[in-house]
Design a protein around this ligand. Structure first.
Ligand SMILES: Cc1cc2nc3c(=O)[nH]c(=O)nc-3n(C[C@H](O)[C@H](O)[C@H](O)COP(=O)(O)OP(=O)(O)OC[C@H]3O[C@@H](n4cnc5c(N)ncnc54)[C@H](O)[C@@H]3O)c2cc1C
Length: 452
């Protein structure tokens, strides 16, 4: 027992001398578990010598770990959930972090990550059957946070695939449609997208869609355009929401890649979420079989069921984005020296860090409770909207302070905060802007709708 303790103590002392960024860089170059195993075998003299080389000394107080989960919400998870959280974290740190800035700059999607992504087996987190993990909404939120903590674009890719696209089929498809699409989507062999927004209709989608669907025999003819559709440039199937010209109701259609009359143009020059491939879709007399109409989607109320389920996930994404920025900024302030001291020792810098952490902790506790409500089957639109508004607003504040405490380096991609600053802007607007989500909450608490 005491042998195990002294091994653990050695490893703990070593890790205290390595910050988050250094750890990420080291893990690319060396086999960290092996290094930790050999450190565990060292005697006190050998270990002290090593720590001295790393800039530590026995007299100097070890720095606290860098961890944005200040209230240890992760500690509330059961063993199985905690293991999955750490598995996703390891994937993001090992597979995504090293390539993310390069791809963000190129505005391309790193397709080479898909095989490792598949191994995580996390698509359709909360769904039952079709190979899906059937885990809690809390776990889904934690996965979104862990992804966005490293990169909000990859979190968005996942949100579109697992939430919006798979969710539409899962909630609104017939048994045959679920059988056809969900297992392949769960395995990421089939990539999905979700086409609701149009060039002229965003917030007003509920009543204002202009894309039309006309029933002709055993098929539907679709005409119109869809803008901002994530994954659309390479998706195998796109859920298209269109208004039935006969009954004026919104219906959902599973548009297969290569359908004649369908074309998509990549949206270039975005300043945020540059890895996400957003498309402008044009549908010109696109014929879709009745069998590919989502059989349980009969009005916009059904579309809203999908959005209600996924909006909570966007709040979690905002938390991840804030957490990544905070942790990187904290690490920076501990290594950057000015006036002969680390900038983390300055009161004004500590003030910023504490404001960031307060916001981050408030957000995390809020989304944690939100997921508990969702897991209890009691989630209402206004619950998800409140969290989406609060978290995306606070995230903007956190990322801007993170950038501020880093001075000029805060705007350089390589310091891993600038990307969060930009990406927070897109998360702030998609799946309902601040105004629209505020109006949903306003309607719930006043009983008066100010927008529809
Ligand atoms: C990166 C990114 C990815 C996206 N991915 C997808 C996707 O995969 N699929 C998809 O369908 N869509 C997607 N979207 C679209 C997104 O959901 C819309 O951008 C969003 O709903 C807002 O619509 P809009 O941009 O047309 O803004 P508008 O609706 O034109 O709004 C402009 C401004 O007016 C305000 N406003 C509008 N109505 C009111 C009102 N009644 N009262 C007060 N203020 C109001 C808005 O809050 C906003 O500030 C994506 C967007 C982005 C930026």
């Amino acid at each position: 027992m005491s042998g195990t303790f002294s091994k653990l103590k050695n490893a703990y002392r070593l890790l205290q001398h390595i910050d988050f960024n250094m750890l990420a860089k080291l893990s690319e170059k060396v086999d960290l578990p092996k290094v930790i195993a050999s450190v565990a075998q060292m005697n006190d003299n050998q270990l002290n010598g090593l720590l001295k080389m790393l800039g530590g000394s026995q007299g100097k107080k070890a720095l606290p770990p860098i961890d944005g989960d200040f209230y240890n919400l992760g500690g509330k998870l059961n063993e199985e959930d905690r293991a999955l959280q750490l598995k996703v974290r390891a994937f993001m740190e090992k597979e995504i972090q090293p390539l993310v800035n390069e791809y963000w700059l190129k505005a391309e999607f790193p397709f080479e990550i898909i095989p490792k992504f598949k191994e995580l087996n996390i698509c359709g987190v909360t769904y039952e059957g079709y190979g899906c993990p059937n885990r809690s909404f809390l776990m889904e939120g934690i996965i979104a946070m862990e992804m966005a903590r490293i990169d909000a674009s990859i979190a968005t890719f996942f949100g579109v695939q697992s939430g919006l696209a798979m969710g539409s089929v899962y909630l609104l498809g017939s048994d045959a449609q679920k059988q056809e699409w969900l297992p392949g989507m769960q395995q990421l062999n089939i990539i999905g997208a979700f086409g609701l927004t149009e060039p002229e209709v965003g917030s007003g989608a509920a009543g204002g869609l202009t894309t039309t669907a006309k029933r002709e025999g055993d098929a539907w003819v679709l005409n119109g355009q869809k803008k901002w559709i994530g994954n659309a440039t390479f998706a195998d199937v796109i859920v298209i929401w269109a208004k039935d010209v006969d009954d004026n109701q919104v219906k959902g259609f599973l548009l297969r890649k290569g359908t004649p009359g369908f074309s998509v143009e990549k949206i270039h020059d975005k300043m945020a979420l540059r890895i996400v491939q957003n498309g402008l879709i044009t549908l010109k007399d696109c014929r879709i079989k009745e069998a590919d109409r989502l059989q349980q989607a009969n009005s916009f109320k059904d579309t809203a069921r999908v959005l209600r389920m996924t909006r909570a996930g966007v709040a979690w994404e905002a938390v991840g984005c804030a957490r990544g920025a905070y942790e990187n900024a904290l690490a920076y302030t501990r290594s950057r020296n000015q006036f002969g001291k680390t900038i983390s020792s300055f009161q004004l810098i500590q003030g910023h860090l504490v404001e960031m952490l307060s916001n981050l902790t408030a957000m995390q506790t809020m989304v944690y409770r939100l997921s508990e409500i969702q897991d209890a089957g009691q989630l209402k639109d206004e619950h998800a909207s409140l969290a989406k508004v609060f978290c995306t607003l606070r995230t903007r504040d956190v990322v801007s302070r993170a950038r501020e405490v880093m001075g000029g380096n805060g705007i350089l991609l390589e310091y891993n905060v600038a990307r969060f600053v930009a990406d927070a802007e897109a998360i702030y607007s998609y799946e309902g802007t601040k105004e629209i989500n505020s109006l949903i909450v306003g309607r719930a608490i006043t009983g008066v709708s100010a927008f529809v």
